[in-house]
Write a protein that binds this ligand. Structure first.
Ligand code: NAD
Length: 353
């Protein structure tokens, strides 16, 4: 029996609805596999600002850094539009990410076969696409110094140390070892010295992971292959800016923002969140797609608790429910029959039990 202790931050808009759905699925997993689940809920986002005058109350931050795993629904509210700086709901998210020191961001992009016609790509190209992009999250161009803009000249600095590359590369090798054993490291080594260092560090590590086949690919080719032959990828490892761009490109092939999950790992505490925002246009109606949140919960089981079989059970249950034809409104289309967030989560929980 494992202790599955989750710090839950439902947040704003549809955040509480998808968090409730994810929690319901975790309860089904805990009951089936005999784990003890504790979910401690704290305020974050606009909702916390209204209650406590800050989007990230001290109590929330203290619980999050204790971990061992944090789930975040979504933050953001139109009523926060007049707020500035660290009063904005999104500021809570940025602070949380930096406090948890998560240097590896994992973004799966999987085309579910029953939804293949919803992909931005032709079905024959999108079919079979199932990859995870591992993006370095705390270094590179977004943080390098010097940086600045004096109106006539602007500068940003791309810098990585060997240890920053090594630690994120290990996350990617280990993930590839648990998946189909194929790792594509994406860089721009034909032009950038930083990429040349990146490539040599990643190459040196390969001998420690004999179960993983490593290939290197230039970022321009990777951008092209993501839309021409995406099924060739298993795990993609890349630096911060390339990962920012490629992960959004890859997610466009999945069909709906509501399907996408993420994990930020590397520190002592993992942060798991669906990729979507608080969706104020549909909040409170019980129609949000909970799959991104449920899949983020599966990533939590795998990465923070080492419960891979349980994570696979959640993934398998989502796949079966989709194959059975259940669709939330974003997937059903204007004339299709849609189920509510709660009905979808119930079906996933039943498929696990
Ligand atoms: P959004 O992701 O909230 O919504 C974009 C569109 O996708 C909307 O039409 C919405 O209805 C739809 N959508 C999103 N998630 C869905 C789901 N699970 N099921 C069905 N439909 C879904 O992005 P936005 O409208 O640009 O931003 C709204 C608020 O969310 C803003 O305040 C923004 O700052 C915030 N935001 C937060 C996060 C986060 O918490 N991680 C991420 C992005 C945006």
């Amino acid at each position: 029996m494992s202790e599955v202790r989750v710090v839950s931050l439902p947040g704003d808009g549809i955040g509480p609805e998808v968090t409730e759905a994810m929690t319901h699925v975790l309860e089904a997993v805990a009951s089936k596999y005999g784990h003890r689940l504790t979910v401690a809920e704290y305020a974050v986002g606009y909702h916390a600002f209204e209650e406590c005058g800050t989007p990230l109350p001290d109590e929330t931050l203290a619980a999050a850094v204790k971990g061992p795993a944090v789930f975040l629904g979504a933050v953001g509210d139109p009523r926060a539009d007049g707020l500035t700086g660290d009063k904005r709901p999104e500021a809570a998210l940025l602070r949380l990410r930096s406090e948890l020191q998560c240097f590896a961001n994992l973004r799966p992009a999987k085309v579910d076969q029953p939804l293949v016609t919803m992909s931005a790509l032709k079905p024959e190209i999108a079919s079979g696409c199932d990859m995870v992009i591992v993006r370095e999250l705390t270094g590179g161009l977004y943080y390098g110094m010097p940086r600045g803009n004096d109106g006539t000249r602007a500068v940003n600095t791309l810098v990585y140390t060997a240890s920053e590359v090594e630690r994120v590369a290990r996350v990617a090798f280990e993930l590839a070892g648990r998946r189909r054993g194929h790792l594509t490291s994406v860089d721009k080594a034909n032009v950038l010295e930083v990429s040349q260092l990146w490539r040599s560090i990643v190459s040196d590590l390969a001998s420690e992971y004999p179960e993983v086949t490593l290939e290197h690919m230039l970022v321009d080719r990777a951008a092209m292959e993501l839309v021409t032959y995406p099924a060739r990828f298993d795990v993609i490892l890349t630096e911060n800016m390339f990962g920012d761009i490629l992960s959004d490109e890859a997610s466009a092939m999945c069909g709906s923002l509501g399907l996408l999950s993420s994990a930020s790992v590397g520190g002592d505490v993992g942060l798991y969140e669906p990729v979507h925002g608080s969706a104020p246009d549909i909040a409170g109606r019980g129609i949000a797609n909970p799959i991104g949140a449920i899949r983020s919960g599966a990533m939590m089981l795998s990465h923070s608790f080492g419960l891979q079989e349980e994570a696979d059970a959640v993934e398998g249950a989502v796949t079966r429910v989709l194959a059975d034809g259940l669709r939330t409104a974003d997937l059903a289309g204007p004339n299709g029959k849609a189920v509510s967030t709660r009905e979808f989560a119930n079906a996933v929980a039943e498929a696990i039990a």
